[in-house]
Write a protein that binds this ligand. Structure first.
Ligand SMILES: Cc1ncc(C[n+]2csc(CCOP(=O)(O)OP(=O)(O)O)c2C)c(N)n1
Ligand code: SF4
Ligand SMILES: [Mg+2]
Length: 310
């Protein structure tokens, strides 16, 4: 499926009046998702920056129906809605194309607080897409660490840098044996939109995680959201892959990095541009830590390349 930016619809999910920070990765990602899913969709949201961005009630910056649900019920709420719609179609009380049901949740909502309900929905193969926009922290409540925060990154609850590795949630979702799992990046919009369109056409549970560098929490200039997203992929810090019915395929440029056809961008450049790693700059262990981070990137790349061979 080849996607051309100029053929995308003008239709927007995120309208002027959004209260998101300028350059917010969630808003950028959601705009792209809207171009892929179209108007016939219903969005469920868990508490997050994306919810805070809606703006003052009774107005909403989102152009499609939105349900705000609590973290723990994200999986069950989306599943219930999908099943209720199926029942209405079956009884003939609804006709036409079934709307796409999707969750729009952060990493705190997905990796940590809402995980049990999402895991249960995945195991039941309920018919919706769960999107996680991963800004690697609880941004809305003041940048606390989440299960997606990478090791060494400073947050308000890890001021000296996180001491443990992040979870690999896309991989965990893959092992739920759901029909579709993918990772995506704002810096690769056609890859992202292609994946969303693919997920839309598959029945059952779909998981798409979009890397979402948040300049407020990561401390870089607000104009660099997309640049930071690109560097994350080019350094190998964020891997692009998808799995249809369990078969993993690495996507470019991650596939080229894994095959050693291109060299990774310097990790020091990616880390050096983010204030959340500023404490590393003067650390006597800086070289050692950078080497450990690079080693971890190589390990993950090798692991995913091997997984793709299965
Ligand atoms: C059960 C529960 N615990 C805590 C909160 C407070 N809370 C609201 S938003 C949020 C952070 C969510 O983080 P994430 O899902 O990553 O979204 P982001 O803010 O980064 O966009 C928290 C902890 C809540 N609303 N409900
Ligand atoms: S804090 Fe980050 S994720 Fe939240 S609205 Fe601002 S840029 Fe977006
Ligand atoms: Mg977050």
């Amino acid at each position: 499926m080849s996607i051309s930016i100029k053929d995308l619809p003008d239709f927007e999910y995120v309208l002027p009046g959004s209260a998101a920070c300028a350059g917010c990765p969630s808003a950028i990602a959601l705009r792209m998702v809207g171009k892929a899913l179209g108007e016939n969709a219903i969005m469920l949201m868990t508490p997050s920056c994306a919810v805070a961005s809606i703006g003052p009630l009774p107005k909403s910056c989102y152009s499609i129906p939105v349900l705000n649900v609590c973290f723990a019920s994200a999986g069950a709420s989306a599943a219930g809605l999908a099943m209720a719609l199926d029942a209405l179609y079956e009884k003939g009380r609804l006709t036409g194309e079934k709307p796409t049901i999707f969750n729009w949740a952060g990493d705190g909502g997905t990796y940590d607080i809402g995980f049990q309900g999402i895991s249960a929905a995945a195991e039941r193969n309920d018919d919706f897409i769960h999107f996680c926009y991963n800004n690697e922290a609880y941004s809305n409540t003041g940048m606390q660490r989440s299960g997606a925060t990478p090791i060494y990154a400073a947050t308000t609850t890890t001021p000296l840098g996180k001491e443990v590795h992040r979870k690999n949630l896309p991989l965990l979702m893959l092992e739920h044996r759901v029909p579709y799992v993918a990772t995506a990046s704002l810096a690769y919009p056609t890859d992202l939109i292609r994946k969303v369109k693919k997920a839309k056409d598959i029945r059952g549970f779909k998981y798409i995680e979009i890397h979402a560098p948040c300049y407020t929490g990561w401390k870089f200039p607000s104009s660099d959201t997309v640049k930071m997203s690109r560097l994350a992929v080019q350094t190998g810090s964020w891997l692009l892959w998808e799995a249809e019915f369990g078969k993993v395929v690495l996507n470019s440029p991650t596939s080229l990095l894994a095959a050693e056809k291109i060299k990774p961008a310097p990790l020091e450049e990616y880390i050096g541009k983010q204030g959340r790693y500023a404490h590393l700059a003067d650390s006597p262990q800086k070289e050692e830590i950078l080497a450990a981070m690079e080693k971890e990137i190589r390990r993950e790349l090798k692991f995913m390349a091997a997984r793709a061979e299965l």
